[in-house]
Design a protein around this ligand. Sequence first.
Ligand code: HEC
Ligand code: HEC
Length: 397
Amino acid sequence: MRRLLPLLLVLTACDAPPAPTPVDDPAGWMVAHADLYLEDRGARRAWIESSLWRPELPYASKRLDAYALPAGGWDALPEMQARTAAVAADGSPMPWRALPDDIPADLAGWRALGERVFHELPMRRDAYVEWLATRPDLWDRAGLRIEEGAIDGLTRFVDWRGDERVGVTCALCHRGDGVPGRAARALDLGWARSRYVESRGRPPGAYAGWGRGRLDVTEDAVDDPLAIADLWTLPWQSHINTSGAVRLDTPAALAIRFETQFITGHAFAVRPPRHLVWALAIYVLTLDRPVSTAPADHPGADVFARRCAGCHDPARGYAGDLVAPDGLIGDHGPAFSPMRGTGFLKVPGLIGVGAGGPYLHDGRFATLTALVEAGHPFGDPPPADDAAALVEFLEHL
Ligand code: HEC
Ligand code: HEC
């Protein structure tokens, strides 16, 4: 009880927003609601309004001012071309391939289409990544992966001006070690970006300090790089992003989040074909997950139940709702970010967490042992035996 006390205090002292009732079968829900998404603007508008539960945040208002309006706004943008080519490691031309226009007939069809979107559709184009693609000497240090002769996560495409470009796909950041859904914790885009600006004769900037597996996703004055997230617990999450700025009250919120991400990533000049982002959301909701190899009676499971499960729910892939950061050891910056700060932090899922750190949104702990011994979350470390058992349990989730 003594150990539970700080937890109870924090949980009762804060007024976290009510968590939405999760949909039982998110992928099935999406297949059933595809027509509504594709044909009913009003439905999309209602979904985005309920998912952006803090409408006054700049992140939210920018979207609410432009998405699914009765006229104009982002709906009026032309669709981007879904014709792309892999980026060969040796620079040789690769065949162009087009994502299909057809609406899939069933879950398997949606999922297969979504997997292609994850690998092929450029989410954005950044000058520094395009430059990196021409510098094989830097790939290893930057953490790029070569697979079957191509750079994983980069794609060639034709932009709205008709120029051939290199863009990044979801796979660049969310297919670490070649495992779909795993954060690319070795990827060091901040380092690559600092090399790029230096090559242009400018000082390296704050990017150099982002570190592997992290990047600043908000375009504001604050340098607040965040860890790339693992994507396996999306079906059970109440919110996404470190600060929980998007509420997953329906799985449609995920597709809309991706749709608007492509629009911002392409300078508000084009929008992605909607059936492709719907498919993408179905794919990420149905990713194969690492299977826990920890026996149910592992001594660490008991420590976890006592000290951790109040936030990290074992029935939800160890994800949880939003918590107020008061008392939590670590940096609370994202909870108060000018763009997306909700005053809360998301409790991340822990499936596959043993695959390697660094841990927490700022990557402050290199290993699970360091995180546990520092006494995450409240600076109250378990006795040595419990800590060792807990770490071993976490390594097998
Ligand atoms: C350049 C790297 C990068 C690319 C490319 C990228 N992401 Fe992410 N993603 C991130 C980072 C960093 C975060 C964490 C942001 C945060 O915590 O606020 C994130 C978070 C997410 C989340 C929220 C997870 C959670 O639990 O909060 C989802 C879902 C997601 N990404 C899906 C995608 C999809 C789908 C694509 C392709 C359209 C994609 N991402 C492309 C870096 C990337
Ligand atoms: C009060 C709620 C709360 C409790 C209790 C709690 N956590 Fe957390 N946990 C969080 C939050 C919030 C984060 C994200 C913090 C951040 O990114 O800065 C987190 C992050 C983590 C991470 C990092 C995941 C990653 O991918 O980087 C691990 C591992 C973790 N917790 C394990 C534990 C363990 C083990 C316990 C029990 C000793 C525990 N947590 C108890 C709220 C909690």
